[in-house]
Design a binder for this molecule. Sequence first.
Ligand code: ATP
Ligand code: MG
Length: 429
Amino acid sequence: MSQSFEKVRALTGMKDILPHESAAWEELEALVREWLASYGYRNMRTPVLEHTRLFARGIGEVTDIVEKEMYSFRDSLNDEQLTMRPEFTAGMVRATIEHNLLYDRPQRVYCMGPVFRHERPQRGRYRQFHQIDVEALGFAGPDVDAELILMLARLWKRLGLRDIRLELNSLGQADERAAHRQALIGHLEKHIDVLDDEARRRMHSNPLRVLDTKNPAMQDMANQAPRLFDFLGPESRAHFEGVCARLRDAGIEYRLNPRLVRGLDYYNLTVFEWVTDRLGAQGTVCGGGRYDGLLELLGGRPAPAVGFAIGMERLLDLWQQSGAASGKPECDVYVVHQGDAAQRRAALLAEELRDAGHRVLVHAGSSGFKSQFKRADASAAAVALIIGPDELAAGQASVKWLRQAEDDTRAQQEVVALDAIAETLKTRM
Ligand code: ATP
Ligand code: MG
């Protein structure tokens, strides 16, 4: 009698990235690191788990994330309330304060990795997803806001992305928002009959967020609401103009979107999103802005800050749609062999080829030539090396080019001395 065990599956909304998918991820990550380094950004790595109160305070109590999306639990061993990071900014700012990183210089930093939000899974929306989060800490001027946007335009270009556009707004400063807030609450009260439950609940605690609604029945009301932009004073306007002027210098198109407020509480002045129609309903690839109050709010010395987060799943989806993503084959060289002695020689040859920088797969186990060739082909290697008993006796291997172009007149297969293989590959790879 055989016993059957229950299959344990991954959690809903948490995806495995499988071997055939990971090459694209690794390529994207490498490209992103190079891009960030070219602007002087340095990596930092913060813990996945933080105190819940960091996010409650840093993101804001009346936000989607804190109200309903966080993975939080009580660590009974320490009797502490903990949360899996739903975004990077709060943790990065905490670390900056804790280690006094702004003591004598501003910092350009980034994080890349998984974040966690308990949302309804769908295309482009998962419960574990990945972000590239970039923060410029200690810089006050519009020059850095514009630099961040220029940086992003370069990344899109590098990846060959099409149909991605920039939306821009300014949230002004606290006093300007307070004046707008009064006017906005008045507007919401006047239209209370069209507000949904969430909007009614938030209209006094976070009225700006009510405008961020996706509810179709509330769009007219939101479009007619008093615009924060009209409440901005001369300094906020000058900052915004400073960003726009630099975007125009660089030939970057943008659309002023007065309704763009972003989901998080801590923004001021510049906010922006990069959006596309190519991803279905989940069209925001990147969101960011300035948050000059956050360091102080989290117990640090006041310092200006600006940053953005890119959703990597959405970025990868767009990149693959663009056709520019390549995806590396499993290996460059696949070694086929027959017989125990040939296998042992093949293993040594493979080591030698790895010394020369090749990625080599030696067929494992003893199968017939036919099935070995099938595997060699499936690996997408450029070349197969064949060592059978005859080749081994003669101190040779057959070199077979698997992906030779039709108009390439060089030999597709040749017999080469074992100690000359590395040299032969060098001339053709
Ligand atoms: P959305 O309006 O789509 O919920 P958001 O405002 O919550 O986005 P941010 O907190 O700004 O998103 O996160 C930055 C980026 O991370 C988003 O622009 C998006 O590309 C990506 N992102 C956000 N939530 C998810 C998710 N659940 N799954 C995959 N990517 C996500
Ligand atoms: Mg969200």
